[in-house]
Design a protein around this ligand. Structure first.
Ligand SMILES: NC(=O)c1ccc[n+]([C@@H]2O[C@H](COP(=O)([O-])OP(=O)(O)OC[C@H]3O[C@@H](n4cnc5c(N)ncnc54)[C@H](O)[C@@H]3O)[C@@H](O)[C@H]2O)c1
Length: 296
């Protein structure tokens, strides 16, 4: 054995991964973390420019890397990506479905076309992706690991995210059910649930004028919302999500299937408790410190 203790236990070196949405943001962190761990990577992304940059970075890490420009929500483009994946290597050990997202808004102000698009982007393509991936994983006859991105909103009543929350809950339970069905083949399926991590998708979910409105606040307000909301006091970064993927992809999690890793700095655990300012502290509701200032 040539690696260190953790490398040897993880067993990632020499494996092959397919990443759907692996070119930018969270997806790029996942692709490059896998490549740095010794995994050959084939990925698709809707953004050709970031995909090319990430492919170059993966090649610079000494791994084989292929980037395909494709919209994962288009069945024909997704099928073409998996055709290329089948030819990339004789083996496929790891599949990560990163693509997903939403724009926040009241349910009754949306139309059926938007709903269908969000269901496809957050659930439908995941089902298709897994259906393409499993026969390729089966060629190796030694199992594999599929990791689907869900969200904290799949686990709470996320007002103004209703269709997204429903679609992600479907992905979460699809993953759990298939983990049971494919367990005997040692094909593991798990989900990673971010909450708030800076990314283009995270920005796109909020109103377009929000960054300007936040910038207009006094400097002391910067970060104060996250200090109240995130128990660990800072948002996880894209590398924190990639670390969770590394764990679930590796032999370190070889008996873990059908579960969700919440990578959120503690917000899922807090379940509505906020760290209110002005001496109120952790509670679901503000007390006199905060209310006194709001209604003075
Ligand atoms: N960022 C967060 O705070 C957050 C919170 C909860 C859940 N999530 C989930 O994490 C995943 C990644 O989220 P993100 O949007 O923040 O990541 P991101 O903005 O970092 O996007 C990842 C990559 O996916 C690509 N992509 C987007 N749509 C695509 C498509 N249709 N086909 C192919 N590639 C596409 C993007 O170009 C990008 O390179 C999603 O499933 C999302 O629902 C993110």
């Amino acid at each position: 054995m040539t690696g260190g203790f953790l490398d040897n236990r993880a067993g990632l070196s020499g494996r092959v991964a397919a990443i759907v949405g692996g070119g930018g943001g969270i997806g790029a962190s996942v692709t490059l973390a896998l490549a740095a761990a010794g995994v050959d990577v084939v990925f698709c992304d809707i953004d050709a420019h970031t995909a090319a940059e990430t492919r170059s970075a993966a090649l610079a890490l000494g791994r084989r890397a292929e980037a395909v420009t494709a919209d994962a929500t288009d069945p024909a483009q997704l099928a073409e990506f998996y055709k290329i994946t089948a030819g990339f290597s004789q083996r496929l050990d790891i599949v990560v479905n990163v693509v997903g997202g939403v724009r926040r808004g009241p349910f009754m102000q949306r139309d059926a076309a938007e709903d269908a698009q969000d269901i496809r982007r957050n659930f439908g393509y995941v089902v298709d992706s897994v259906r393409h991936a499993v026969p390729l994983i089966r060629r190796g006859a030694h199992g594999g690991s599929i990791i689907n991105f869900t969200t904290i909103e799949a686990h709470r009543g996320a007002a103004t995210f209703a269709v997204y929350a429903g679609a992600k809950a479907a992905t979460t339970n699809f993953t759990r059910a298939l983990a049971v069905e494919l367990g005997a083949e040692r094909i593991r399926l798990n989900t990673v649930a971010p909450d708030t991590t800076p990314s283009n998708g995270n920005i796109a979910a909020m109103p377009a004028d929000l960054p300007a409105r936040m910038m207009a606040l006094p400097e002391a307000a910067s970060g104060a919302g996250m200090t109240m909301y995130v128990p660990m006091k800072q948002q996880p970064g894209t590398d924190d999500l990639a670390n969770a993927v590394l764990f679930l992809a590796s032999d370190l999690s070889s008996s873990i299937t059908g579960t969700t890793l919440h990578v959120d700095g503690g917000t899922m655990a807090a379940a509505g408790f906020l760290d209110w300012p002005f001496g109120d502290g952790f509670l679901p509701v503000p007390l006199d410190g905060t209310l006194g200032r709001m209604f003075r």
